[in-house]
Design a protein around this ligand. Structure first.
Ligand code: PBG
Length: 327
């Protein structure tokens, strides 16, 4: 009796590095990476973020340097998160022309021009003393429509400071439409909106709360961010609403936890799709690697490839500069 040997041998294309390289479908390019960066008002030295080894709260100077390095490495964009020295209930720093985000935007644009796309997060949680993404009612609920007014004012302040794109992340209903109208009325019809469109509430935002100094007792965002176990069609609905309101790029977040959503969105829309590899995804890999439990560099690349393969055209990642240099 002759043994039956397979005629189809997928392993043929995997045998050598040259063969694997030739048949690769998923490649990463520096231009599709966006680096999120934190900048804190009033500090003299960059401050390590405890739960994100390798990530700092920048001074204005160290931010300029980091963005310069990102541009040199070919990174596509930088997204700024400003942390004011003083926070209040309305997030006054958000639309103050001298607020930290606006100052940092001017610094960075002066440093790099349009060597990469300079943008900012357009949301209130970094600037409010209660840590929520909007204005609170006396009962403590996030007031959707009062918050929209603040977002519009914030987006216009960012555009005036030179932001080349705004990026609303607060998950208020109608935020993209309100910001689009506000930017247009203020003469910024050419400033695109990257909408955090499908954004799920997540324990994996934890380290970010350290980075932007959200009060420990702030509660949660379940009343405005999507429930990971929520209605099956909700993510696409959010994406479609944002597109109808004028979004130019739509984002899915968190990235690794939403690969299914990424694929669904990529297969449905005609605009670029971004994915945010969030702070907890970063921290998990760094922590495991620091313990010697996984190969750090391979884990980073594998996670980015998975996000890209699921459909992301753009990836926000704290490893942007490092990875851009490596690829
Ligand atoms: C909201 C915002 C958050 C993140 C980016 N923008 C926090 C949240 O949505 O709760 C999280 C990013 C990360 O975890 O890396 N302004």
């Amino acid at each position: 009796m002759t043994a039956e040997f397979p005629a189809a041998r997928p392993r043929r294309l995997r045998r050598t590095p040259a063969m694997r390289r030739m048949v690769t479908s998923t490649r990463l390019h520096p231009a599709e990476l966006i680096m999120p960066a934190f900048v804190k008002e009033g500090i003299a030295e960059p401050q390590q973020v405890g739960s994100m080894p390798g990530v700092v709260q920048h001074t204005r100077d160290s931010l300029r340097k980091a963005v310069h390095e990102a541009a040199e490495a070919g990174v596509g964009g930088v997204m700024l998160f400003g942390i004011p020295a003083v926070k209040d209930s309305h997030g006054s720093a958000a639309d103050d022309p001298e607020g930290i985000t606006q100052r940092a935007l001017r610094d960075v644009v002066a440093e790099v021009g349009d060597a990469l796309v300079v943008m900012a997060d357009t949301c209130l949680d970094e600037v409010t003393d209660h840590g929520h993404c909007g204005i609170l009612t006396p009962e403590g609920e996030v007031d959707n429509d009062a918050t929209l007014e603040r977002y519009v004012s914030m987006a216009v302040a960012q555009a005036r400071a030179g932001s080349q794109m705004v990026s609303p992340s607060g998950m208020m209903d109608g935020q993209v439409g309100a910001i689009r109208a506000g930017l247009d009325a203020a003469g910024f019809s050419q400033v695109p909106i990257m909408a955090y469109a499908a954004k799920f509430t997540s324990a994996f935002y934890g380290p970010f709360r350290d980075a932007v100094e959200t009060p420990k007792d702030f509660g949660d965002r379940k009343a405005y961010q999507q429930d990971p176990a929520g209605p099956r069609g909700e993510a696409l609905r959010e994406v479609r609403l944002d597109l109808a309101e004028g979004a130019d790029i739509v984002m899915v977040k968190p990235a690794l936890l939403c690969l299914d959503i990424l694929r669904e969105v990529r297969d449905t829309v005609e605009v670029p799709v971004a994915a945010y590899q969030i702070s907890g995804e970063y921290a998990m890999i760094e922590a495991a690697a620091a313990n010697g439990w996984i190969d750090r560099d391979r884990a980073i690349m594998e996670s980015l490839v998975a996000i890209r393969r699921a459909g992301a055209d753009l990836i926000l990642t704290y490893w942007a500069t490092e990875v851009a240099r490596r690829i």
